[in-house]
Design a protein around this ligand. Structure first.
Ligand SMILES: Cc1cc2nc3c(=O)[nH]c(=O)nc-3n(C[C@H](O)[C@H](O)[C@H](O)COP(=O)(O)OP(=O)(O)OC[C@H]3O[C@@H](n4cnc5c(N)ncnc54)[C@H](O)[C@@H]3O)c2cc1C
Length: 505
């Protein structure tokens, strides 16, 4: 049988990335490393600048850097100056004490000698600080075990805290080393035709053309949103926060915690991100329930160490209906953003960059409508899954009884997370059925769902009478994790060790 005669698009050889924030630079780096024959230029406006937030990451970002791009870890640590993050510490839910959501599989496990999965033994237990090695490390302010040669034993279950400007600085030097071109220009007009973008017109009169335009222009979404008019799918009916007051202070004697703190506030929540010499705080709130001035006052009262300037960052939660449209593909805030909770954006930027590079490689640069359709479906599902998982946080947080939280508890729709919640409420923290109920290939997996449901103390009808033998195993196990964690290395000790000896193999 003859193959159907379908007109093939012209191959992509020249790519212009509009935007030099973390999304544009990571896209450019990924494209050049995967497809060295492509001509890639980053175009950015010195006048507009970068957003300067986006400092917590998830594990997929690390995988992208080291497994997919195979970048040199020593250069990364030297220039980007990250600190490690093993997960999140939530002051959230119904428990009297915070809980940890670690990147390691802790809630999604079953101990030897125990009849049921871990979550069943957490019922009625106020502290979940030592239910696994990673929670225990976080609780002890340690990040890695120490090897016999005194080096940190770097496991796989970490991500980073990164100062946005340092990350962008490192990305730029990595891009330059890879042969990415740079152009400073502010685009004031975009010429379009039936193929999509025809040319970008800069303020200084230059005209820039490419086969493929990567829109990484941040929330301005100059190409996807403004020039091509792709519809925006708002998540404002599910997630109500739309602003953040951001501030911080220079670190003095505070320990560098190996986690992001997420703390309930009156009209939202507050992050604490740990840099080596700075502490960064941000109050994510809903302008429908609080003014900027009220949020600023609550933020400062909760963080008296902030004496300097703060700034309010506005965002909209949602995604574009299609992020690969004609000859434009969007990435980063230009394509969508959910909200900072769980710090998913950089991980998703890595995934999007990789998928764009893979699509171009697989198709030899001839990206057909059916490839774009699959790409768009994949991305839409990723964004929607994040929305649903985040809605879970809002639906079940009972720590404060304010108008905002009452609204969230009554209204946050769970979307595709609803089945997992129903299963949990009927059966408790079971494993295999829960695996089947959560959205497949989502960003959070079984550990994420169980960490949130069990961690927040969402009530369930599943019962388990703990036997004396099980209680003994449970207590001994937690003691073991606590002691092992206390013998571990702190973030600062580990950073000093890799600065002196390099990143251990
Ligand atoms: C409050 C808040 C907290 C966040 N926290 C996190 C977090 O903890 N973790 C996380 O992963 N993500 C977080 N994010 C998302 C974060 O912003 C992104 O992950 C990341 O910074 C990507 O930004 P960007 O590159 O898309 O946009 P930007 O940094 O805004 O870059 C846009 C680029 O486009 C250029 N540009 C725009 N218009 C033009 C034009 N007309 N001509 C020329 N150039 C132009 C600009 O000059 C700039 O270089 C947060 C976002 C917000 C709002």
């Amino acid at each position: 049988m003859n193959a159907p005669r379908i007109e093939q698009p012209r191959p992509v050889r020249k790519v212009v990335v509009l935007g030099g924030g973390s999304a544009g630079l990571l896209a450019a780096l990924t494209l050049r490393r995967r497809l060295p024959h492509l001509e890639v230029t980053v175009l950015r406006s010195p006048g507009i600048g970068i957003i300067g937030v986006g400092e917590g990451t998830a594990i997929g970002f690390v995988t992208h850097l080291f497994d997919y791009l195979k970048i040199d870890p020593n250069a990364f640590y030297r220039e980007a100056e990250p600190t490690w993050k093993l997960g999140l510490r939530f002051i959230w839910g119904r428990r009297t004490q915070p809980f940890y959501y670690s990147f390691g599989q802790e809630f999604a496990s079953q101990w030897k000698g125990m009849a049921r999965p871990v979550g069943f033994y957490c019922d009625g237990q106020p502290s979940l600080a030592n239910i696994g090695p990673f929670s225990a490390l976080m609780d002890a302010d340690r990040v890695f075990a120490q090897r016999p040669d005194s080096q940190p034993n770097i496991h796989r279950y970490y991500s980073y805290h990164l100062e946005n400007r340092k990350l962008v600085g490192w990305l730029e030097s990595a891009c330059r080393a890879e042969g990415v071109g740079f152009m400073e220009a502010t685009i004031t007009e975009v010429a379009t035709d039936e193929q999509g973008v025809k040319a970008l017109h800069a303020e200084d009169g230059r005209k820039i053309k490419a086969d493929l335009y990567v829109d990484a222009s941040g929330f301005r979404s100059e190409l996807l949103g403004k020039a091509l008019g792709v519809p925006f799918v708002s998540y404002s009916d599910a997630l109500y926060c739309d602003r953040a007051v951001v501030g911080g202070w220079e670190r003095t004697d505070e320990p560098v915690h190996p986690y992001t703190t997420c703390e309930t506030m009156d009209a939202g929540w507050c992050w604490q991100i740990e840099h080596e010499t700075k502490i960064n705080r941000g109050y994510v709130f809903s302008s429908g329930f609080m003014s900027d001035e009220q949020a600023e006052a609550e933020f400062r009262a909760a963080n008296p160490k902030i004496t300097g300037e703060t700034r309010v960052v506005r965002f909209r939660s949602g995604r574009f209906e299609r992020i690969w449209e004609k000859n434009v593909v969007g990435i980063g805030n230009a394509s969508g953003f959910v909200e900072p909770l769980e710090a998913t954006a950089l991980q998703l930027i890595g995934l999007e960059a990789r998928t764009i590079a893979d699509v171009l490689a697989d198709s030899a640069g001839r990206v057909t409508p059916s490839l774009k359709k699959q790409f768009n479906r994949f991305n839409a599902t990723n964004w929607d899954d994040i929305r649903d998982f985040l809605a879970l946080h809002y639906r079940f947080n009972e720590l404060r009884d304010t108008e905002f939280w009452r609204h969230c508890r009554s209204n946050s729709p769970l979307g595709r997370a609803a089945e997992a919640v129903e299963l949990y409420q009927e059966n408790g923290p079971v494993l295999s059925a829960m695996e089947a109920a959560i959205p497949p290939d989502g960003q959070f997996g079984l550990q994420g769902y169980l960490a949130l449901l069990v961690g927040m103390g969402v009530p369930h009808a599943g019962q388990h009478r703990v036997t004396p033998d099980e209680r003994k195993v449970w207590e001994q196990g937690q003691d073991h994790y606590r002691q092992a964690a206390q013998a571990g290395m702190t973030v600062v000790e580990s950073l000093n060790a890799i600065r002196e000896h390099g990143v251990p193999a």
